[in-house]
Design a protein around this ligand. Structure first.
Ligand SMILES: Nc1nc2c(c(=O)[nH]1)N[C@H]1C(S)=C(S)[C@@H](COP(=O)(O)OP(=O)(O)OC[C@H]3O[C@@H](n4cnc5c(=O)[nH]c(N)nc54)[C@H](O)[C@@H]3O)O[C@H]1N2
Ligand SMILES: Nc1nc2c(c(=O)[nH]1)N[C@H]1C(S)=C(S)[C@@H](COP(=O)(O)OP(=O)(O)OC[C@H]3O[C@@H](n4cnc5c(=O)[nH]c(N)nc54)[C@H](O)[C@@H]3O)O[C@H]1N2
Ligand SMILES: [Mo]
Length: 690
């Protein structure tokens, strides 16, 4: 039923008051995004954390960059990207760990291509079980068994140490924990890893040579690590490679624990993910008191008796009935979360009041009690900060259509109608409009790693893109963090006291002060722990194509992109196809213990034993289609993925499931239309050959 803004907001406010009164603030949860503006996240964080006092606020960044953040915290004491995109232009070796940059960050890939085809060519290492376009250009391509990243990294660390490619001066000056790492990786020879990862030992040695002999090594890490087995432990080992080689804080030498979404970084720094704003440590009373001063509230108004709730836990609390109102903004969990049949049953519960704030009537919106139509970038003003800390101002170019409103206006309107107050009875959310919100955030960021105090809208209208920290002391920008040691790992300053890399158990302040009294970088060792599935089953992984963005709310409306990749497909190795008697183009069904999907087969692009399915395709083509009923196959990859997460970062393991593959219909059935014309996809000659 259509409504108007006052009525819709009236219902949300009434339900919020009723729930806070009867069940307390813990009955309300917010699930937001990596695609809003800084000003929107910050406003949401303030109203949720201090207004409602709910610990239940997280973003889809949990599915995306939770491991990036956690790996940085574990190694450097705090979130904050060490490297700079400029390092792509300057490195003499570039290593991509589980990162198909050619399809997922095509602009950065052009930058790498310029280097590969330019005068001083860097060597390229690709660690990916698929023959991606990156793999095709790589000097060394390692295609490990799914989920064995830690085994491979431990072998690389072993070999680097054995061959004397470490930087003892850097290790002594700037790190703690090297001895424990040396002990941990002592048995992890290239031959040992070769068996586990199913790789030639010689290829692992070649990769070590590439990394070990580089003068300026740039590494990037993304979802092939973050969404796989031992996510944080694996990402941390990449940091370790840089720490033991002294590859940090110099032009060309750096780590990019990457982000995928345009504003995942802002979500993290503003505390709209499961963290406190400004990378503050929820276990440090001084940090909480400092935040309370900024917000002019009592420290007790900011719930901090346990870690902020992570998204997977929010959905569990909704499932068991503790959370009764779930406000979803700029994300489409009915397609992007694991185990979709479960998510549908959570969202359809009568007792759960669901708000969906989106541009489109998504799969998730079909479950909403209230849908709030929003403006998007280009129709609203705000700032966004990319993975290397570069802050941009994005100004409204056109008016939003119809009654759509900027997300900021929606959050401000809610805060005003709820009447949230500070401790002196003034409005808690005391700003109007994006620029004032930005100014409020600057105060919150002051003195923190992500210090914005030297920035302003005015300044951002000058040269586009300035990297934080930007302060009085560094008024222009800061290219690289950790140019001279690690600044934020001191026990009084750090964002976390660390977690056990296998169990995720917090290690505690006492432990942290004992091992890292002076605040150096932490070299954190971890043993390889095999994934849970039996090794003899087919292993499913999921990911992206160049032609679609996520759940296709935008790209699914662009005819050219729909034509380039109209339907879900299934990739397997040519050898497996032959073994199973399957051919390119056959309609197959993939089944796991969670569900099933059908798609056409493509062969020859993944390592043996692996199935790959793109995760973009929701369960309808056009809004209004139906969710798959139980027993019927779907087409969303997340019908297949179980609810499992990394114990350290709580990022779901979206890249792993044991699966069975069966034939539904031989080639000759209706074709799925034209194929993407990229290197790395199936070649046209193969298509015409059948
Ligand atoms: N075109 C396009 N671009 C995008 C997006 C999009 O949807 N479409 N999304 C954006 C977002 S939010 C993100 S997070 C990024 C993601 O960007 P990427 O991380 O580059 O993308 P994915 O395809 O999810 O995963 C990367 C690779 O991980 C590999 N992989 C799978 N399992 C394993 C494993 O066990 N070990 C290793 N080493 N590798 C493995 C897969 O084969 C895949 O090629 O892309 C961003 N850019
Ligand atoms: N199996 C599997 N699952 C995955 C992944 C995988 O690799 N494999 N990758 C995971 C990753 S890394 C990510 S990031 C997630 C992405 O998962 P989602 O966040 O669910 O994906 P999107 O389709 O980008 O959803 C964003 C929604 O926000 C809306 N939107 C866009 N701009 C605005 C705005 O300005 N305001 C508002 N209110 N709405 C807006 C869009 O219309 C869209 O509905 O998926 C995760 N799920
Ligand atoms: Mo992402």
């Amino acid at each position: 039923m259509e409504s108007d803004w006052p009525t819709a907001m009236g219902r949300i406010v009434a339900r919020s008051r009723e729930l806070i009164g009867s069940r307390g603030p813990e009955s309300i949860a917010f699930y937001t995004s990596g695609q809003l503006f800084l000003e929107e996240y910050y406003t949401l964080a303030v109203l949720a954390r201090a207004g409602i006092g709910a610990p239940h606020l997280d973003g889809n960044t949990r599915l995306c960059t939770a491991t990036a953040a956690e790996a940085l915290k574990e190694s450097f004491g705090s979130d904050g990207q060490p490297g700079s995109y400029e390092d792509i232009d300057l490195a003499d070796a570039i290593a991509l760990f589980g990162h198909n940059i050619a399809e997922t960050q095509a602009v950065q890939w052009m930058r790498i291509l310029d280097r590969l085809d330019g005068p001083e060519q860097p060597r390229l290492l690709c660690v990916d079980p698929r023959l991606t376009p990156v793999a095709r250009r790589a000097t060394v391509h390692l295609a490990p068994r799914l989920g064995t990243n830690v085994a491979l990294l431990n072998a690389l660390l072993h070999e680097v140490i054995r061959r004397g490619w470490t930087d003892p001066g850097f290790i002594a000056r700037h790190t703690v924990g090297f001895e424990a790492l040396r002990r941990q990786v002592a048995p992890c020879t290239a031959r040992w890893a070769a068996g586990i990862c199913d790789l030639p030992a010689a290829a692992i040695e070649e990769a070590t040579e590439l990394i070990g002999s580089a003068d300026r090594l740039l590494s990037t890490v993304l979802q092939g690590f973050y969404q796989a087995n031992q996510a944080t432990a694996a990402a941390v080992q990449v940091n370790n490679l840089h720490l033991i080689r002294g590859m940090l804080g110099r032009p060309g030498a750096g780590v990019l624990q990457m982000n995928g979404q345009p504003t995942a970084e802002n979500s993290r720094e503003c505390g709209a993910d499961g963290d406190l704003p400004g990378f503050r440590n929820w276990q440090n009373e001084e940090h909480v008191a400092d935040l309370a001063r900024v917000w002019n509230v009592e420290p007790s108004a900011i719930t901090h008796d346990g870690p902020p709730t992570h998204a997977m836990e929010i959905f569990r609390l909704a499932e068991e009935g503790t959370v009764r109102m779930l406000w979803i903004s700029a994300t489409n969990p009915a397609v992007s979360l694991p185990e979709l049949s479960r998510i549908r049953s959570v969202l359809t519960q009568e007792a759960l009041f669901t708000i969906v704030q989106d541009l489109f009537l998504t799969e998730t919106a079909q479950f909403a009690d209230v849908v709030l139509p929003t403006a998007t970038w280009g129709e609203k003003t705000g700032t966004f900060t990319n993975a290397d800390r570069t802050v941009h101002l994005s100004e409204r170019a056109v008016d939003p259509p119809g009654e759509a409103r900027p997300d900021l206006d929606i959050f401000l309107g809610y805060a005003a109608r709820m009447g949230f107050e500070d401790k002196d009875g003034g409005p808690l959310v005391h700003w109007n409009g994006p620029e004032e919100a930005f100014e409020a955030w600057k105060r919150c960021s002051a003195g923190r790693p992500c210090d914005y105090t030297g920035l302003s809208y005015e300044k951002l209208r000058g040269p586009s893109g300035l990297q934080w920290p930007c302060t009085e002391r560094a008024p222009d920008r800061t290219d690289r963090l950790y140019v001279d040691g690690v600044d934020w790992a001191h026990p009084d300053l750090c964002e976390t006291y660390g977690k056990d890399l296998v169990t995720g158990e917090p290690l505690g302040e006492e432990w942290y002060r004992a091992v890292n009294p002076d605040g150096k970088a932490l070299i954190r060792a971890a043993p390889y722990v095999p994934p849970k599935e039996r090794p003899d089953e087919e292993r499913l992984t999921t990911g992206r194509t160049l032609y679609h963005f996520h759940t296709r709310t935008k790209t699914g409306r662009a005819p050219e992109l729909v034509e380039a990749a109209p339907e879900v497909w299934v990739e397997i190795a040519a050898a497996d196809a032959a073994r199973l008697g399957l051919a390119e183009g056959d309609l197959v069904e993939v089944t796991t213990r969670c569900g099933s999907l059908q798609g056409r087969l493509r062969t020859g692009t993944v390592r043996p034993g692996v199935l790959f399915v793109p995760f973009h395709y929701g369960y309808w083509d056009t809004p209004g289609g139906n969710a798959p009923t139980s027993g019927t196959p779907g087409r969303a990859a997340n019908e297949l993925i179980a609810t499992l997460w990394d114990p350290v970062s709580k990022q779901p393991q979206l890249k792993t499931a044991a699966a069975a593959l069966t034939l539904v219909e031989r080639v000759g059935g209706p074709d799925t239309g034209p194929r993407p014309n990229v290197r790395g996809a199936v070649s046209p000659s193969k298509r015409s050959g059948r």
